[in-house]
Design a protein around this ligand. Structure first.
Ligand SMILES: C[S@@+](CC[C@H](N)C(=O)[O-])C[C@H]1O[C@@H](n2cnc3c(N)ncnc32)[C@H](O)[C@@H]1O
Length: 232
């Protein structure tokens, strides 16, 4: 199992979407498709753009869901400290700057959430993905800064908790601190409304161990997301 995991880790850093590197397991992308559809999120806020492959993938999934009438006005907002490579990649595949907003910033900057908020339309339903440095301070800053954008029933995914699972660590240079940051966040008042959904690691392998967080829906038995303003 361990050698299979290592092979998959190696494979995923060589993967691509539309010829742009995309660093995610297919299993995790499949879970994202389910959660985006179920929550009818029309805005994805991605922290950690790198090459832009994942921003493009999110854009194309939201675009498809809009065409199927599930959502309206899709937008992807992606943040990184540098956006030169992603800008070039998005331009190369013809993605419009109005549907994928690339923002340069540091996730630890307390002003960043307000900058991002300016790009989120009123009534939007947000899906947040934290994929920056996978260290304690960046993870906690992302959770503290961006969990406010998640509506009841919505999702905040903290990627790559695998860095803190000894058996899953593929390289001694991997960072640490994702799972302790999630624990600290959940123990705080702002984290209290969130629950860890381990059941969403549903395809046998996930990098995002303990990282699928859902803001609890307002009341039991109520149909989630019904009447959300972004639902077409
Ligand atoms: C794992 S890569 C993102 C991969 C991309 N989301 C994908 O799936 O293809 C992590 C990115 O986070 C960025 N990053 C690291 N620390 C950051 C910070 N403090 N603030 C913003 N971005 C950061 C890095 O520059 C890098 O491009």
């Amino acid at each position: 199992m361990r050698s299979y995991w290592h092979a998959r880790v190696t494979q995923h850093v060589q993967d691509s979407y539309l010829d742009v590197p995309l660093l995610k397991f297919p299993e995790d992308l499949r879970v994202y498709e389910h959660l985006l559809w179920e929550s009818a999120a029309n805005v994805v806020v991605e922290l950690g753009t790198k090459h832009g492959g994942s921003a493009l993938w999110f854009h194309d999934r939201l675009d498809a869901f809009a065409r199927h009438g599930r959502i309206r006005d899709p937008i992807v907002i992606s943040v990184d400290r540098r956006q030169k490579a992603a800008r070039a990649a998005l331009a190369r595949v013809g993605a419009s700057a109005s549907s994928v907003k690339l923002i340069e910033g540091d996730v630890r900057d307390p002003q960043l959430p307000a900058v991002v908020a300016d790009y989120i339309p009123d009534g939007a339903t947000c899906f947040i993905v934290e994929d920056t440095a996978h260290e304690f301070d960046t993870t906690l800053a992302a959770l503290r800064g961006f969990s406010r954008f998640v509506e009841p029933g919505g999702y905040f995914v903290v990627e790559d908790g695998c860095v803190d699972v000894e058996e899953m660590r593929a390289d001694p240079t991997w960072p640490r601190g994702v799972l302790p940051a999630i624990d600290e966040f959940l123990a705080s008042p702002e984290g209290e409304p969130f629950a860890v959904r381990r059941d969403l690691e549903r395809y046998g392998m996930s990098c995002h161990v303990g990282g699928f967080l859902q803001r609890r829906p307002p009341s039991r038995g109520r149909r989630l997301f019904k009447g959300s303003s972004n639902v077409a």
